[in-house]
Ligand binder design. Sequence first.
Ligand code: DX5
Ligand code: ZN
Length: 221
Amino acid sequence: MSLPIRIAPSLLSADFARLSEQIRLVEDAGADLLHVDVMDGHFVPNITIGPFVVRAIRDVARVPLDVHLMIDRPAFYAEAFAKAGAHWLTYHVECAEGGPETAETIRALGMRPGVSVKPDTPVGAIRDHLPLVDMVLVMSVEPGFGGQSFRAGVLPKLAALRDAGFAGELEIDGGIDEKTIGVCAAAGANVFVAGSAVYRTRDPAAAVRVLRASAEAKRVS
Ligand code: DX5
Ligand code: ZN
């Protein structure tokens, strides 16, 4: 299993008044994806952005958009995100439309489906989704806000997914920094979301490069 390491800066921690500059900065530093956090104030207690802003991001981005839906109705909104230019579209198994058919809806719209589990949701909950998705996103913080501390207790889920035969992209999101990224790579993750560790630093470009080097050093071959 040798999927490439992919670094996905989370725009949630970027300066939204200077978004195109902030995007170009991490792209030039080698970011593979742009992680876009969509929150509806129902599934999580925070509200962020919708398809209209995703479209604006798409218009300036050079790398694919990795859209993380923290909303109750991902199937209902999937078409709007397809039209907005999402490449990856990830839904939560815990939401109101969190059944495996949501993966099929997303794929039928031409996007690559992912499914996500909150820190306390066991991987058994997504067993029926695994043949239908291209990505599993394991949350290492409670979804809703950037800047929280990494929960190492989720690490066994990464290995469990590989043991269950899941060979797709394995993404980890929440509290990823140059210290925590290594254990995640060693446990089998290959896609790493980082918000604060990129955008809340003095040099976001350098942060992207450091994250990549730290992941490469610990990756499973
Ligand atoms: C939280 C979001 C994350 C967030 C991560 O609900 O899913 O993508 O931006 O932020 P950090 O890297 O600061 O934990
Ligand atoms: Zn996210």
